[in-house]
Structure formats: C-alpha cells, structure tokens
Design a protein around this ligand. Structure first.
Ligand code: CA
Length: 225
C-alpha cells in the first residue's frame, strides 16, 4: 500500500530519516518544519496520514491538530513526541489526533501504525472544546468544569457548546434562539434568559465562577481568561 504522507518535524536529522525511510517504502512524502505551513499543506493536499511532531518552532502540534479539525480536515494524524507522559497523550488524542508514537521509535513500529491509520481513513470527529477550566466533548455529549462532570440536559449542553465554540464573542438572544431551537420559536427571548440562568446554576454558581456574562440589552458572552 503506497500512500501520500505529510511529515511535520523540525529536527533535520529526524525528518531526513523519516523522508528517506518512507520514500524507500514507496510512499510520496512532503516535509515541513513549521506548524502554520503544515496547516496550509494539509488543507491544499489530500494526504493519507499526517505525521506530526509536538514541539515545533512556531505553533505546537496540539494547535496544528486542533486547527485542522476546526477546519474540518479529518486526515488521520499520528503524533510524535519525545515526551512520553500520559498527560500529553491524553491532550493529543483529545485534540483530535488519531494515534501517538513516542520517540525514539522503530521504523517497523511506525510502518505498522501508518498502515493501520491509512486503512482506517478519515474519521470525522469533532474536537473536544476547551475554554478556561471548561471542557466539552461534542461526540460523547459530556462536559466538565475542571475534573467535575456537569449534569446537563441536551439543550443546556447545546447552549454551552455554542458558547464554547465562540469564546469571548457576544451572542445575541436571537442568535441563541436560532441555534438552540430548531424551529421558528414564538416564545420570545425570555426562554433564552431562562436557559442561560439554568446553565449558570450548573456551570458557574457551584464553582464560584461567573464565566457566562450578561451584555446588557444585547445578549451573552462566555468570558475568556
Ligand atoms: Ca520538534
């Protein structure tokens, strides 16, 4: 199976070895050392797999991954890192990476992971949203404040997802109405205020926070730190 690969790695020695080894296996390989350039490459070309280092000179691999997923680029991503700890692994996978390989790795191991990812193909999965100490996993329909899971109704979860998709942005009552109630709703903007109040009682009040701000006469905004 010959595939087209993007290698994002800033260590010249590692990227040279990767390119050489992968090309010897018959793959077509593009290489860049920069996160911003990787995003441009990946949105312009159809790769089977992206091999992505975490520590890069400009934006890091987590950011590259999150931005690709936000742009609805679902190419499988294999993250490389010298950091072997569990926290980074979880962070990478939460951010939308598909697999993870700790450096140093063997070519046999890399080849096996690449084949598995290329076979699996694109796997549309919205990335986990994170704003301050709030996290929300749209695919799993779950949300957390720090380590505490929030017990939200479907509509409360959708409102929180809307806020977290637009952090720091003012959302008008009519915008919230349109996004959360799928039909032409005639109940007035009061329902929005009630829903926001319920969400605050679960997301802010128990934690002594006031992240959901009222913009007088205009709407609401999720505060960013
Ligand atoms: Ca690096």
């Amino acid at each position: 199976m010959y595939v087209r690969l993007l290698v994002v790695e800033d260590e010249p020695r590692v990227s040279r070895v990767l390119r050489q080894g992968l090309e010897e296996d018959g793959h077509a390989v593009d290489v860049t050392a920069y996160g911003e350039e990787a995003i441009w490459f990946a949105t312009e070309n159809a790769y089977s797999v992206i091999i992505l280092d975490i520590m890069l000179p400009d934006i890091d691999g987590f950011e590259v991954c999150a931005r690709l997923r936000a742009h609805k680029c679902w190419t499988p991503i294999l993250m490389l890192t010298a950091l072997e700890d569990v926290h980074n692994r979880a962070k990478g996978l939460d951010g939308g990476a598909d697999d993870y390989l700790a450096k140093p790795f063997s070519f046999v191991e890399l080849g096996a992971r690449l084949r598995a990812l290329a076979r699996r193909g694109e796997n549309p999965r919205p990335a986990v949203l994170s704003v301050g100490s709030l996290r929300l996993d749209p695919a799993a329909r779950r949300a957390w404040r720090g380590s505490a899971e929030l017990a939200l109704t479907t509509r409360e979860l959708r409102l929180l997802e809307l806020f977290m998709s637009h952090p720091g942005e003012m959302l008008s009552r009519s915008r919230i109405l349109e996004e959360i109630w799928d039909f032409a709703f005639d109940g007035g903007s009061n329902v929005v205020d009630q829903l926001v109040a319920r969400l605050r009682r679960k997301v802010d009040h128990p934690f002594g926070t006031s992240d959901i701000e009222t913009i007088r006469g205009a709407g609401y905004r999720l505060r960013i730190e």
